[in-house]
Design a binder for this molecule. Sequence first.
Ligand SMILES: O[C@H]1[C@H](O)[C@@H](O)[C@H](O)[C@@H](O)[C@H]1O
Ligand SMILES: [Fe+2]
Ligand SMILES: [Fe+2]
Length: 342
Amino acid sequence: MSQVEEKRHLYESNEVVTDKGFVAPDINSFGNSFRDYNAESERQKTVEEFYRLQHINQTYDFVKRMREEYGKLNRAEMGIWECCELLNEVVDESDPDLDEPQIMHLLQSAEAIRKDYPDEDWLHLTALIHDLGKVLLLPQFGERPQWAVVGDTFPLGCAFDESIVHHKYFKENPDYNNPAYNTKYGIYSEGCGLDNVMVSWGHDDYMYLVAKNNGTTLPPAALFIIRFHSFYPLHQAGAYKHLLNKEDTENLKWLQVFNKYDLYSKCKDQIDIEEVKPYYMSLIEKALHDVMNSVQPRADPKDPAKCVPKASDPKTFFFFLVAANMFLAVKNEIPPPTAKHL
Ligand SMILES: O[C@H]1[C@H](O)[C@@H](O)[C@H](O)[C@@H](O)[C@H]1O
Ligand SMILES: [Fe+2]
Ligand SMILES: [Fe+2]
């Protein structure tokens, strides 16, 4: 079997896309079910207050302003690992399941996905970087309040779906009573594609802009995961599907695989950072060439979302494109993971 055939065979077999051992724990490290936003606890009070502020303050205009401002990518230059280490300083007040330093969460999710998908190094790297946008909380990135950085995300410019956590607090959002924004479609149309939808601002969109405007060679599914991993109303509740286009629907399957590792790997078991560091450093060097380096000149100030690719090492480019195309073209249907193995 040639190498390409071998890969194709791997992608076609269910084993690649269903998990082979990751058993979802029943309870989180606080002894509650995962994502139980109604549990009676001190932690939940903080989480609920977080969502009250988030739902009042995230408006269409706010997101537009943030995308323009942060799309310039003029905040800092740093390597990916350096950025992971910076997250040691960050606590996420929206998360009912985790109070570990964020670097631990990055490594826990990356190691969990690596165990079940040993050959998909693009997924390992995606897991490692998916939450890096939380640096928005730090002074050198503008010290944004928690409600502008973390928590689940949702679209602006159309009605807030009932499935959004603590939906009741939207009543005080100025967009709630705006007739242009409060219908099912609002300013959008059937199948318009998520790329055209304004989603609440936070670490997801920021990291997406950073990766894209640095000309990353990660596959489209990786960028989709980074950009929409907090969009639980879509990937968990199935809301807003009328806005997806074909490519989104394809990418969503990978996001749903990723989500299990993002969510259920949150636990008290510590990863030995120094032990796994060389592996992730090799991935960073191979695929991203430290994409956070010299970010400013590559962003297009007129259109922050526009990709201004940098010259890539042809080998790296080749590796990721081949892998990505095979995933998306060969595998039309990703079977859902079995109930037991989440
Ligand atoms: O509280 C969590 C946390 O902020 C995660 O990083 C985010 O991706 C989730 O969607 C959110 O619920
Ligand atoms: Fe996240
Ligand atoms: Fe995460």
